[in-house]
Design a protein around this ligand. Structure first.
Ligand code: LAN
Length: 726
């Protein structure tokens, strides 16, 4: 490595950091929106005491009594519910960290740096702590996600983030990260998304990036590769990326940039021959290889870039900017996710200026993504998982029968209030012209302010609303018409193969995958029909029909029939289903089996259910639990974790119980394990990461260890009675 220049930027060494006083952080929630505040004075702290919910997520000791272990499943479930009461926020939802991917926080830092927006001091300190905490302890550097091996993408981007945050390049973690980065070939070997962020930061060159031209948006919409046909996340990332590429925008050179140019590469920055770096992607990063046709397309696009018409570029930029403005208005500047948000922040700053209302809104609403975790502050992968977590929790407590106990009235009433508030009640300001899916009546994953329809979130929101409103003491607060609106949304989303996608129906051909430019993610170009989304929709329609047998009866029956066919067609020869959003065969198996039982298929009468159960049984571990690694999602083959996991054990036993699996013993052993892992205060401890996306990136769902354990315990007691197990 070339010698480091003298550091002129404000360098801080982390172990000399004063750190923040964790007892001063408070979470404030309204309408699902989560904001962490740091109270600077004792007086403020006195007026606004810290809650157990704050303390739980900060990793501070809780002020809760221990009690002897529960001996039967319902007592264990109640003990879990009692613990969760402390985690319910004032607006009725269950908050939580929604992190794990390690390419999101750097985007935020770069957006703040480029727009010269100061990162609030307390965030800065805690973001440094977070990144130091999640650095790879063995090899140094960072991976694509917190459980992954170091990659160039993770290491280069988080290294830059830490330098922006003010950490010295001499800090031991930085020295090790640099060594790791250089071992992998340096930042030239970053995948395309890494190359893009580094280019914006002006520590990489546009010459070294494959083109992302905004002109694509001017093609006729009828063309199969028009961007409006892409999966919504891909579309909404390549939209602002196209804008910034089209403008070739880069941060003006600063001292920090000059230093980074020396730190990130094996060779001197000035000597890098950029065009050769375009397709250079380190082995550690490469999950899927470019298709030959993509490389050919890039060659053409490279030529076009050399000779393109300036007026066409202007026209394309205008079109793209219009769409960016529509997304701003539709989402109140929250945007679909943090990746497009960071890019929008830069674009709005460039176009509207730092004093504009829109830019100020962009900055203000970054709060919604910032989560103060026990490891420090992190940028969540969405603005939370509010609806998703609350819907599961509510259904779990309802199924256990414990919702009818007086002591649980309040928690259920507040959950209903939240689910009622969270439903999306109207169309977006810009609807079809912004290529949005029908959303009136939908439930989102996080908040109605972000406001994107998600099929299975609508399904879970609907189920939760229906089961909460059927309790003896709850009001029918959601009018029938809104329940029908939710069903209308679901019915509008079915694909021709019978299945359901995540945010939209499938709009483009699978062949588009040929031009997937992101080497780190697979199957991201179009919406697919997913097992989990399809099964959740089936479950909710079955549930709905029992209460409203006369609403769109024939259509619902037809949808049910075709979705059952789809689910069965996705079962593998060994009886398993592959999961796309949770880990992996266990998660999808639970949804698939549960949903088939909702149309009366059970172990006794359905070969699909039988094979699904037999697969799960074959994976039970010696201690009675189940444990599956995120590696299953990467490789497509079941991979065990070293130890069993309470979340996966819950999923497996939930499926077996729904199926009426004839042998109680394996189920009882699973339940026993869940009970043994419960702590004296009622909680379960965090184990391995639970979720996944795009096959290769793991993501945390920390509330699963509460909702699914309670659900499994409750279902067990309902089916087999509540005799002592421990
Ligand atoms: C999510 C989170 C929730 C998830 C479920 C509802 C669980 C799923 O059943 C459907 C898909 C969905 C909504 C989903 C899609 C992809 C997301 C948004 C994420 C996994 C959270 C983060 C991820 C997003 C794509 C991360 C940013 C990365 C890009 C490739 C843009």
């Amino acid at each position: 490595m070339p010698p480091l220049q003298k550091i002129a930027s404000p360098a801080v060494v982390a172990h000399e950091l004063p750190g923040t006083d964790l007892t001063r952080w408070r979470l404030k929630c309204k309408e699902g929106r989560q904001h962490w505040h740091y109270l600077e004075t004792d007086e403020e702290c006195h007026k606004w005491p810290q809650t157990n919910c704050d303390r739980y997520w900060l990793g501070l000791p809780l002020d809760l009594p221990d009690s002897p272990p529960a001996t039967n499943p319902l007592d264990a479930a109640q003990k879990g519910i009692d613990f969760c009461k402390h985690l319910q926020t004032e607006d009725g939802h269950f908050a939580g960290e929604y992190a794990g991917p390690l390419f999101i926080l750097p985007g935020m830092c770069i957006a703040y740096y480029v727009t010269q927006t100061p990162i609030p001091e307390r965030w800065r300190q805690e973001m440094i702590r977070y990144l130091l905490n999640v650095a790879d302890p063995k090899q140094g550097g960072w991976g694509l996600h917190i459980e992954g091996h170091p990659t160039v993408f993770g290491t280069a981007c988080n290294y830059v983030a830490l330098r922006i945050l003010g950490l010295s390049p001499d800090h031991p973690t930085m020295v090790r990260a640099r060594a790791s980065l250089h071992r992998m070939g340096g930042a030239v070997a970053a995948p395309s998304w890494g190359k893009f962020w580094l280019t914006l930061m002006n520590v990489y060159s546009y010459e070294g990036m494959n083109p992302v031209q905004p002109e694509l948006w001017l093609l006729p919409e009828s063309m199969p590769f028009h961007p409006s046909r892409y999966w919504v996340h891909t579309r909404m990332v390549y939209l602002p990326m196209g804008y910034l590429y089209g403008k070739k925008y880069q941060c003006p050179e600063t001292q920090l940039i000059r230093e980074l140019r020396q730190e990130l590469y094996v060779q001197p920055y000035e000597d890098i021959y950029w065009p050769a770096a375009r397709n250079d992607v380190a082995e550690e990063d490469s999950y899927i290889e470019h298709h030959k046709l993509l490389d050919l397309t890039y060659a053409w696009m490279g030529l076009y870039e050399k000779f393109h018409s300036a007026s066409l570029r202007e026209k394309a930029l205008k079109r793209v900017y219009d769409l960016i403005l529509m997304e701003e208005e539709n989402t109140d500047s929250l945007n679909l996710g943090p990746v497009n948000k960071s890019m929008h922040m830069i674009i709005v700053w460039l176009e509207e200026g730092p004093d504009s209302r829109m830019f100020k809104q962009q900055v203000k609403h970054y709060n919604d993504y910032m989560w103060m975790s026990a490891k420090g502050m992190v940028t969540n992968a969405t603005d939370g998982s509010q609806l998703w977590d609350t819907a599961f929790f509510a259904q779990a407590v309802c199924e256990s029968g414990l919702a009818e106990k007086k002591e649980n009235y309040e928690i259920m009433l507040r959950a209903l209030d939240f689910i009622d508030d969270c439903q999306i009640k109207d169309h977006p300001v810009h609807y079809k012209e912004a290529y949005r899916q029908l959303r009136k009546g939908a439930w989102p994953f996080s908040t109605r302010h972000q406001g994107y329809t998600v099929s299975d979130c609508t399904a879970e929101g609907l189920k939760a609303a229906l089961c909460l409103m059927s309790l003896s003491y709850t009001p029918n607060s959601i009018p029938e018409q809104r329940i029908f609106d939710a069903v209308n949304v679901l019915l509008s989303m079915q694909n021709s193969d019978g299945g359901f996608g995540s945010y939209e129906d499938t709009r483009g051909p699978k062949l588009l995958e040929i031009i997937n430019p992101a080497e780190v993610f697979a199957d991201i170009m179009i919406e697919y029909s997913y097992v989990e989304c399809s099964t959740a929709v089936l479950l909710s329609l079955s549930y709905f029909r029992k209460r409203y047998p006369d609403y769109r009866t024939k259509e619902i029956q037809n949808v049910q029939k075709s979705v059952v066919k789809f689910i069965k067609s996705k079962q593998r020869a060994d009886g398993s289903w592959f999961g796309s959003w949770g880990i992996c065969f266990t998660y999808a198996g639970m949804f698939a089996i549960d949903s088939l039982t909702s149309v009366d298929e059970t172990y006794a009468n359905s070969k699909h259910v039988r094979k699904g159960c037999d697969f799960l049984i074959s994976k039970q571990m010696k201690d009675g639990g189940w444990g599956e690694s995120y590696k299953s999602c990467e490789t497509g083959e079941y991979v065990h974790t070293a130890t069993s996991q309470v979340v996966q054990t819950s999923w497996a036993v939930l499926a077996l119980m729904a199926a009426k699996y004839p042998d109680q013993e394996p189920i009882r052993r699973g339940i026993k394990l869940i009970m043994q892992r419960q702590q004296l205060n009622g909680e379960w401890l965090q184990e391995n990461i639970e979720g996944i996306f795009n096959k290769n990136c793991a993501i945390s769902y920390p509330n699963y260890k509460f909702s699914f354990t309670i659900w499994a315990l409750g279902r067990y007691a309902r089916i087999y009675g509540n005799a002592d197990i421990l």
